[in-house]
Design a protein around this ligand. Structure first.
Ligand code: GAP
Length: 440
């Protein structure tokens, strides 16, 4: 029987097996930051690479970007972030703890000590810093709270370099920073986060069609990355709750163990950004059609949090069952995103001829598929359990038959499937193709 993960189980597995650690842990941590360990880094890179392949390299109408995290402060004044990127904050008059007013059940009583809460005020989430040697107001800059603006401010550069025809988009993956009042729920609400964002430019009259196309494309992404779509719900945001730049937004919400909450957003940003930057910078960001018509393109923005993707992928993959007379925990990652695609074992580690043959198989695989692992610790059963727990789809065991003890089986190995535990005999020469096919 399969079980859904609790956050406690997932967080423990993530730390134990080298996926995700608390940020600055040996100094007591830093709230709202997490460090990705070797397997978490591999999983995250696989997710980002898949996104880039699907939405940038895999299309003819997309241009990739990598803009600076630090931007001229005027960018954020123009977008309204300096004045209005805020959440409602309340402070307890007794214990002095601060809370996001919209996240506590009773707005009069402190959820920690029961003390009276002070009045609500807006808390700006921009993280500021100083750039350069001067300590005056001109040196104030901000760590970007979204990657989006790095694309809007480069709209004219890309148009001038590539002369793209509408509709076309720009895509970017990178860090963003938000001074969240109460970072929480592991990597769900972070102060340092990563986004994968698309700004898709259209003729104003085409926005509804493009919005629908991107809604469908986001659904396809969920399947491709291995998120359980039965736990995803599209929620149309009510007009009164829309962000100041949006005329329509759909949130893709996921059923996390701590409740149904936002995973991704799809927003119709109109010409808010290009129009505002044109006014504030005096650089005309309008678009000229071949017939000379000039207008401000409108924008559809599919926005994907990387960390929330990692969380939803891990929660979707987490499973427990009974196999071979014992309980086990495994991560049924799609092989495309699995941090390790295959593990190679010699049946016994004290038989040099077995180890040499297994090394040969391992090296040949590694040359073609870098995310393979060598494991010769403990017995084969224990190795299977370890690989299951990190979501390795295939285990390959080199035994005496591989060496030719049974002539019919020479140069074949045992290939074991993670989800079913089934084992079959496969020629070594077919291994690379079997694994490559699974990750296509
Ligand atoms: N450019 C639009 C934008 O930034 P958003 O809804 O504020 O919109 C987009 O953020 C996505 O970034 C969210 O859907 C979520 O996946 C992710 N995200 C936002 N805040 C986050 C946080 N504090 N921690 C982790 N991920 C976050």
């Amino acid at each position: 029987m399969e079980h859904q993960a609790t956050m406690e189980k997932l967080i423990a597995l993530a730390k134990r097996r080298g996926f995700i650690y608390q940020g600055s842990e040996i100094y007591g941590g830093l709230a709202g930051t997490y460090d990705y360990g070797p397997l978490g880094t591999a999983l995250k890179n696989n997710i980002k690479n898949l996104w880039w392949k699907m939405f940038v390299d895999g299309r003819d109408d997309m241009y990739g970007m990598d803009a600076a995290v630090l931007m001229n402060g005027r960018v954020w004044e123009t977008t309204g972030h300096v004045a209005g990127f805020a959440d409602p904050l309340v402070e307890c008059t007794k214990c002095k703890k601060r809370f996001r007013a919209d996240q506590i059940p009773d707005r009069t009583k402190c959820p920690e000590c029961g003390g009276a809460l002070g009045s609500e005020r807006q808390f700006n989430m921009m993280l500021s810093t100083r750039v350069g040697a001067m300590e005056d107001s001109s040196s104030v800059s901000y760590l970007r709270p979204e990657t989006a603006q790095g694309m809007f401010v480069n709209f004219k550069n890309v148009v001038d370099s590539f002369h793209p025809k509408l509709p076309f988009g720009m895509g970017q993956v990178g860090k963003a920073f938000r001074n969240e009042i109460t970072p929480r729920d592991f990597i769900f609400r972070l102060r340092e986060l990563e986004q994968m964002e698309i700004e898709y430019f259209v003729r104003p009259e085409d926005w509804e069609r493009a919005f629908e196309e991107w809604r469908v494309a986001m659904g396809e992404w969920l399947k491709a990355v291995g998120i359980d779509t039965s736990r995803v719900h599209e929620v149309d945001i009510a007009p009164e709750d829309l962000a100041h730049y949006s005329k329509r937004t759909i949130d893709f919400e996921f059923e996390y163990p701590f409740g149904q909450k936002e995973l991704y957003g799809l927003a119709y940003r109109t010409d808010f950004d290009l129009g505002s930057h044109t006014k504030a910078s005096s650089v005309d960001l309008s678009y000229i059609e071949e017939d000379g018509t000039r207008f401000m393109p409108h924008v559809i923005e599919p926005s994907f949090g990387v960390d929330r993707t990692v969380l939803a992928v891990m929660l979707s993959a987490y499973a427990e069952d009974e196999l071979g007379g014992g309980g086990r925990t495994y991560l049924k990652f799609h092989p495309r995103v699995a941090p390790v695609k295959a593990a190679v074992f010699p049946l016994m580690k004290n038989k040099p001829e077995l180890v040499a043959k297994a090394r040969e198989v391992y090296q040949a695989l590694k040359a073609e598929i870098p995310q393979v692992m060598w494991d010769d610790n403990g017995n084969v059963g224990k190795r299977y359990r370890r690989q299951d727990e990190i979501g390795t789809p295939f285990c390959i065991t080199v035994d005496f038959d591989t060496l030719g003890e049974n002539a019919d089986l020479k140069d074949t190995i045992t290939l074991r499937d993670r989800d079913t535990g089934e084992q079959r005999r496969v020629p070594v020469s077919e291994l690379i193709e079997i694994i490559k096919k699974s990750i296509r």
